[in-house]
Design a protein around this ligand. Structure first.
Ligand code: M6R
Length: 607
């Protein structure tokens, strides 16, 4: 969360800072800001609007050195006062400017100590303590002051710091949040960023800092100190000279585009994952002695993990549990030496999932597979093995194509485990694989339901609460439908296993609180249909997704949408498509910021 870019170059750095911020906006868009150093000291510009707005106001700014930041608010509301960079002191000439990603966990204690010593604060952020700490410790050497300040900070952070007294120097540190330094391309100068994306085209090469590293650079030189304080070299790699800017094409939003990209994304993922699994099994991957599976993930990826856990128990006959990563790492759990840990993540940078994996490893569970959309991500790097989804870049904060691709990859993995466990015959595996390969065409057919979904969206757009129901794996599909609805349309939505309704949530049902249910024509259909009758008996209005081979008619209080037929486990993917479209079209009708919903960010790198 949050994004950092900064540096010292031999021409005006402001366009580089602004371009970097635009590319980092996916990490947070609550506010943004930059500080530059000039003859009259440090100057800063901040905005609680988007980077485009900051760029408008920064048109006349010029400097060869500066720091910039996009913020996802954690401590303190998205106000100008809380936007980075933070300065110290708060009155008079600023001495120190700081940008920060992550969280300083002991900031309350540090803040109290600084206030007691006479420091006044201008913001509610944890970041501001860094600025004041460094200013307090500054005796003419910025590097020493930053190192001393860090020694008293607890938490997970990446920082970059400048001083008005030494405008030709940037100092920074990495402790739990990614940070890299770059050499300016074709000219002198150095840069710092929290994501290599911000350096494409401006840095010729870059090096990732390692945990505990501190760096300092001027226009001509850079050096890195390890956590032990020793001068170290890190691996420098070539930075791509350009980034391809994702195009919207004929679509209104990236979310819509990404929903419609699913047939191709799925086809690529299915081909890629199958090939990877064949190669892997010929090599050293052996699932024969795996006795259980633990799936760790967050948000949408957790819903994919939850579905996969049921697939694995059904088709592999071994225990499988999906756990919310942020909970798993803080509870006492029983490790299993032969348990396979499967992490699921679009970005591969979600700190909760990463730390849950590290926790599982510490408990002795060393066999891990990451299902991930980004091959260079931390999750892939830290996992024993990985299977990449090939969804392509997902820009919309609401995850859509990544989810269905995760499911496709997890299904292929389920089949591989099932075969190795002797639970699936070759013929059964082949049959399932044929179904999997036929999925992209059926997803295309499901996308053709958009006009009906638009009419549902028109009917639902003014509701403030919606309940989603499903049974079996379709409970997780309902959870995903509810999450999409909350995220982009801001309608309060909750999901329940349909049988749970009568145990409490039925009290919520009124003509104002509609129900959306996903009901494939499986062994649970009749049970679910009975649950829906209980809703209709209480004047609830039902929107029902069914398989296309069921002959059900819409009624005054019941709208039926037949979904292209897909028997068995993969029906979960088909039933997800209309729910994605529903959330999307309601969001459009409610005129929300579809691709950047309020309060959210695409990549969540703080706990
Ligand atoms: O990158 P990840 O898959 O690890 O992200 C996990 C969640 O943060 C993510 O799925 C989030 O819930 C999405 N915004 C949902 O649309």
């Amino acid at each position: 969360m949050c994004g950092i870019v900064g540096g010292i170059v031999d021409s005006n750095i402001v366009p580089t800072l602004l371009q970097g911020l635009l590319r980092l906006e996916y990490r947070g868009y609550d506010s943004c800001g930059l500080s530059i150093s000039g003859e009259s000291g440090l100057r800063r510009l901040r905005s609680i609007s988007r980077v485009k707005d900051l760029a408008e106001n920064a048109r006349d700014l010029k400097s060869r050195s500066g720091l910039a930041h996009v913020r996802w608010a954690s401590h303190g509301r998205p106000t100008i006062a809380n936007a980075h960079p933070h300065f110290s002191p708060t009155a008079g000439e600023p001495l120190i400017s700081v940008v920060h990603n992550g969280i300083i966990e002991n900031y309350i204690e540090l803040r109290a100590r600084l206030i007691a010593s006479g420091v006044s604060f201008a913001s509610e952020t944890d970041t501001e303590v860094i600025a004041h700490l460094v200013a307090d410790l500054y005796r003419g050497d910025l590097l020493s002051a930053v190192r001393e300040a860090i020694a008293s900070m607890r938490g997970s952070f990446a920082i970059a710091v400048m001083s008005s007294r030494d405008p030709d120097r940037v100092v920074g540190a990495r402790a739990g949040s990614p940070l890299l330094v770059g050499r300016a391309a074709g000219k002198s100068g150095y840069l710092v960023a929290s994501d290599v994306l911000a350096l494409a085209g401006v840095a010729g090469e870059a090096a990732y800092l390692e945990e505990g590293d501190v760096f300092a650079f001027s226009r001509d030189d850079v050096f890195i100190l390890s956590a032990e304080g020793k001068a170290v070299e890190r691996h420098w790699f070539a930075v791509s000279s350009s980034v391809s800017t994702p195009e919207l094409g004929p679509f209104q939003h990236f979310m819509q585009k990404e929903i419609f990209e699913q047939p191709n994304a799925l086809a690529d993922t299915i081909d890629g994952v199958q090939a990877d699994l064949v190669t892997a099994q010929r090599g050293e991957w052996d699932f024969g002695d795996v006795d259980s599976v633990l799936l760790l993930a967050c948000g949408t990826s957790f819903h994919a993990a939850k579905i996969a856990a049921q697939w694995i128990e059904t088709h592999c006959g071994i225990v499988a549990n999906a756990e919310i990563a942020s909970e798993y790492k803080y509870r006492v759990s029983v490790p299993g030496p032969n348990r396979l840990v499967v992490t699921v993540s679009q970005s591969g940078e979600t700190i909760d999932t990463l730390t849950a994996l590290r926790h599982a490893k510490r408990l002795g569970m060393t066999r891990s597979i990451a299902i991930c959309n980004v091959g260079t991500s931390a999750l892939v790097r830290e996992s024993d093995r990985h299977l990449l989804t090939r969804a392509g870049l997902e820009v919309g904060v609401a995850s859509t194509k990544a989810f269905t691709c995760q499911l496709a990859a997890l299904f292929a993995l389920t089949l591989a485990i099932g075969r190795a466990q002797g639970r699936l015959s070759e013929e059964m595996e082949r049959d399932h694989l044929t179904q999997l390969q036929g999925l992209p065409d059926k997803v295309s057919a499901a996308l053709a339901l958009e006009p009906t979904i638009i009419s549902w969206a028109q009917a639902l757009q003014r509701r403030e609460h919606v309940l989603f129901l499903g049974r079996g794996i379709h409970y997780a599909v309902a959870m995903e439908g509810a999450l999409k609805m909350k995220e982009v349309s801001y309608i309060h939505a909750d999901a329940y296993p349909a049988g749970e309704l009568k145990h409490g949530p039925l009290a919520l049902v009124t003509p104002e609180v509609p129900i959306v249910a996903t009901a494939p024509n499986d062994e649970l259909f009749e049970k679910l249909y009975s649950n829906l009758q209980e809703v209709r008996a209480r004047r609830g209005f039902v929107y029902l997704l069914v398989d296309s081979d069921l002959s059900l008619e819409s009624d005054d209080d019941l709208r039926i949408l037949p979904v292209p037929l897909q028997r068995g486990p993969l029906a979960a993917i088909l039933h997800t498509i209309p729910l994605q479209l529903l959330a999307y079209h309601i969001a459009c009708l409610r005129q929300t910021d579809v691709d950047k919903p309020r309060n959210l960010a695409k990549s969540l790198t703080v706990e």
